[in-house]
Write a protein that binds this ligand. Structure first.
Ligand code: GTP
Ligand code: MG
Length: 328
C-alpha cells in the first residue's frame, strides 16, 4: 500500500468493478466517462454520473467509493487535522522559492504561476517533473509526473540536464513522466477527464497543465463566448482539484498575463477571470529581473501564508536554483 493510500485509511476496492453494484456494463460506462479508478469515482459529482446512470445507482456507487478512499463529509476538526497532515510539499529546487511557498508546492491543491513570456513558468514545470521523483528526504514525493502541454513547451533534453544535477538516471526520469499534447481546449479537457488510469499506473504525484488557458483564450473569443468559456474552465479546474485530492498530487498550472489595456483587468492580471481566481489556491506572479537568468517570484494569493512577499531565483543549466547571496 502506498503512503497516500495509508494517509486516507484503508482502501478495500482495488478496481471499479470491485464496488458492489458495478457490473461489467456499468464499469464500461464509467470508463467511457473517464472514471476508471475508485479514487476518481470518490470525487465524482452525482450530476455527472446521472447523465449515464440512474440516480440511485450513481448515488450508491459514489457513496461506496467515498467510504473507502476519502473520509466522510462531516468530521471533527481533529480528524480534519489528520487529513491535512497528509498534505505534502514538493521542492522547487530553490530554497528561497520553497520558503516563499511555505516549504514547497503543496499537494491536494492548485498552484498557479503567471507571468509574461520568458518569466520561467515552463522552466519551473520541468524542474518539478524531476524533483517530484526524488525521495521525500530530498524534498520529492517519490512519484511520477503528468505534463499536459498546450504550447509545445516540453523539452525532454531539459529534463535530462536537470536530472543530472540530482545524479538521477535521465532515462529512468524520462520514463516516469507521462506527456500529452493538448491540441484544442476540448482535447485538453478530454485528456484530464481520462487521466486517472495513467495517474494510478505511474504513481503520478504532479499534474502540470502548461498553459491552462491558452486554448480557451484563442478559441472562445469575444463577449458572447465568455460565459461558455468560463463554464468549461470551471469544470476543467474542478476535475483538476479533485484529481489532486484523490491522488494526493500537486496540481501545477501556468497562466499568461492579460496584455489588453482596455480589459476589465490591468495588464499584470492573470488571464482566466474570476473562476480561476476562486479555484486557484496559491498564485505566484513571475517577472524578469534586469540581471540575465534571474527572475522574481511574488506570492500573490495564498490560503495560509503572508501575501505580497517576493524572492529571487535563477534559471541555469541545472534548472531552478537560488541566487548566491552576494557579499555586501
Ligand atoms: P512563455 O511560455 O513564453 O509565456 O514563457 P515561460 O514563462 O514559460 O518561460 P520559460 O519557462 O520558457 O523560461 C524561459 C527562460 O528560461 C529564459 O530566460 C531562458 O533563458 C531560460 N532557459 C530556458 N532553457 C534554458 C536552459 O537550457 N539553460 C538556461 N541556462 N536557461 C534556460
Ligand atoms: Mg512556457
Amino acid at each position: 500500500m502506498s503512503n497516500s493510500e495509508k494517509a486516507k485509511g484503508e482502501v478495500r476496492y482495488r478496481t471499479v468493478e470491485d464496488i458492489p453494484g458495478v457490473g461489467p456494463a456499468t464499469a464500461e460506462k464509467l470508463k467511457k466517462m473517464g472514471y476508471s479508478t475508485v479514487e476518481s469515482l470518490a470525487t465524482a459529482s452525482l450530476k455527472e454520473l446521472t447523465q449515464f446512470l440512474g440516480e440511485k445507482t450513481a448515488y450508491a456507487i459514489i457513496t461506496e467509493a467515498r467510504k473507502h478512499v476519502i473520509s466522510v463529509p462531516f468530521m471533527r476538526a481533529d480528524e480534519y487535522m489528520r487529513i491535512r497532515r497528509s498534505v505534502e510539499k514538493l521542492t522547487t529546487g530553490s530554497v528561497k522559492l520553497d520558503e516563499l511557498l511555505g516549504g514547497g508546492v503543496e499537494t491536494q491543491a492548485i498552484t498557479e504561476v503567471y507571468g509574461e513570456f520568458g518569466s520561467g513558468k515552463s522552466q519551473i514545470c520541468h524542474q518539478l517533473c524531476v524533483t517530484v521523483q526524488l525521495p521525500r528526504e530530498k524534498g520529492g514525493l517519490d512519484g511520477g509526473a503528468l505534463y499536459i502541454d498546450t504550447e509545445n513547451s516540453f523539452r525532454p533534453e531539459r529534463i535530462v540536464q536537470i536530472a543530472k544535477r540530482y545524479s538521477l538516471d535521465p532515462e529512468k526520469v524520462l520514463k516516469r513522466i507521462v506527456y500529452a499534447e493538448a491540441l484544442t481546449a476540448d482535447h485538453q479537457m478530454y485528456l484530464l477527464d481520462n487521466a486517472d488510469t495513467q495517474l494510478k499506473e505511474h504513481n503520478v504525484r504532479l499534474i502540470i497543465i502548461d498553459s491552462l488557458v491558452a486554448h480557451f483564450r484563442s478559441e472562445y473569443v469575444g463577449r458572447e463566448m465568455l460565459a461558455e468559456r468560463q463554464q468549461k474552465l470551471e469544470k476543467h479546474l474542478h476535475r483538476l482539484v479533485r484529481l489532486a485530492r484523490a491522488f494526493n498530487a500537486v496540481a501545477f498550472i501556468t497562466n499568461q498575463v492579460m496584455a489588453k489595456p482596455n480589459s476589465f483587468f490591468s495588464d499584470i492580471e492573470p488571464a482566466g477571470g474570476h473562476i480561476l481566481a476562486h479555484t486557484s489556491h496559491t498564485r505566484v506572479f513571475l517577472r524578469k529581473s534586469p540581471q540575465p537568468g534571474i527572475k522574481i517570484a511574488r506570492l500573490v494569493v495564498s490560503p495560509t501564508l503572508p501575501e505580497g512577499k517576493e524572492c529571487l531565483f535563477k534559471i541555469t543549466e541545472n534548472g531552478i536554483e537560488d541566487v548566491e547571496t552576494e557579499k555586501k
